[in-house]
Design a protein around this ligand. Structure first.
Ligand code: G3H
Ligand code: 13P
Ligand code: NA
Ligand code: ZN
Length: 328
């Protein structure tokens, strides 16, 4: 059944677990996410980005998610719009039937220039007024996402600040977060705590606290009823990088956020954990390996089944690691 983000994350907060929010662009991702949820009894958040809308088109995305709900009626599903860059974009998603939208007012409408606080409050508050009137939840963002190691926002197209960011910009201020929530009434807040989008988060194997865990604790203490969201939460599995490179790929050495760091975040108020890159890597690795080993094969269903299986394994592992399993 389709439910709102507020409903799902209130339950997650009550029982102390996190929910992975997987980006969805195609049938194989959608099926992998749902089959893993079904097998682990997990609630589901699927999110569509601007890039997904460009690739698949809004009607196909919408019906892909509705088809998932029809096939798995017993699983609670949040249909979320990822990184909306304006109130108008959020309004369209609300009209399309999304049960949750993100208004990312941390950046201007170009999705690149860091916005000032007043702009962020203004656009986010307008989206909350519209959305709440329709029973739709809203995620806002405060702070500029970027790696604490590299100072870079990451490589995702369409989202992310340009240039090198200062340490101050890279961590959401707890005091400001409290004001922001009071002024906008958002249900969930994406915070900057050291993660960045894409595959290139860290250049060295992460050890110890690679995220600003203390900062997460401080923010959670100030806004205990607002669900914290961690973007850029892919772990960049080293086994899939090795498979991609073994079968013709050329991806340089790179590291993601260790699952243990995400678990630590969940212990301190993180409820929604955004993951896109890990499914991309698993899918690409599985397809490269299949095609390299089966050179006469040309039925797309054969290699796409490998893609689905690889993504299923990642989804299942995240549902189990984040405590989502058993909560559908
Ligand atoms: O937040 C960014 C997501 O990874 C979506 O990326 O715009 O390439 O679909 P995309
Ligand atoms: P990753 O690039 O780490 O998968 O993050 C995805 C994300 O935050 C989508 O909003
Ligand atoms: Na989001
Ligand atoms: Zn994001």
């Amino acid at each position: 059944a389709l439910i709102s983000m507020r409903q799902m994350l209130d339950h997650a907060a009550e029982f102390g677990y996190g929910v992975p929010a997987f980006n969805v662009n195609n049938l194989e991702q959608m099926r992998a996410i749902m089959m893993a949820a079904d097998d682990t009894d997990s609630p589901v958040i699927v999110q569509a980005s601007a890039g997904a809308r460009k690739y698949a088109g809004a009607p196909f995305l919408r019906h892909l998610i509705l088809a998932a709900i029809e096939e798995f009626p017993h699983i609670p599903v949040v249909m979320h719009q990822d990184h909306g860059t304006s109130p108008a974009i959020c309004q369209r998603s609300i009209q399309l039937g999304f049960s949750s939208v993100m208004m990312d007012g941390s950046l201007r409408e170009d999705g690149k220039t860091p916005a000032d606080y007043d702009y962020n409050v203004d656009v986010t508050r307008r989206v909350v007024e519209m959305a709440h009137a329709c029973g739709v939840s809203v995620e806002g963002e405060l702070g500029v996402l970027g790696s604490l190691e590299t100072g870079q926002a990451g490589e995702e197209d369409g989202v992310g600040a340009e240039g090198t960011l200062t340490h101050d910009q890279l961590l959401t201020d707890p005091e400001e977060a409290a004001h922001f929530v009071k002024e906008t009434q958002v249900d969930a807040l994406a915070i900057a705590c050291g993660t960045s989008h894409g595959a290139y988060k860290f250049t060295r194997p992460p050890t110890g606290d690679i995220l600003a865990i203390e900062r997460i604790k401080e923010i959670h203490a100030r806004i205990p009823n607002t669900h914290l969201v961690m973007h850029g939460s892919s772990s960049v599995p080293q086994d899939w990088l090795a498979i991609i490179n073994e079968f013709g790929g050329e991806i340089p050495e790179t590291y993601g956020v260790p699952v243990e760091q995400i678990q630590e975040g969940i212990r301190h108020g993180v409820r929604k954990v955004n993951i896109d890159t890990d499914l991309r890597l698993a899918s690409t690795g599985a397809i490269r390996r299949y095609l390299a080993k089966n050179k006469a094969e040309f039925d797309p269903r054969k290699y796409l089944a490998e893609s689905t299986k690889a993504m299923y394994d990642i989804c299942k592992a995240r549902y189990e690691a984040f405590g989502t399993a058993g909560n559908a």
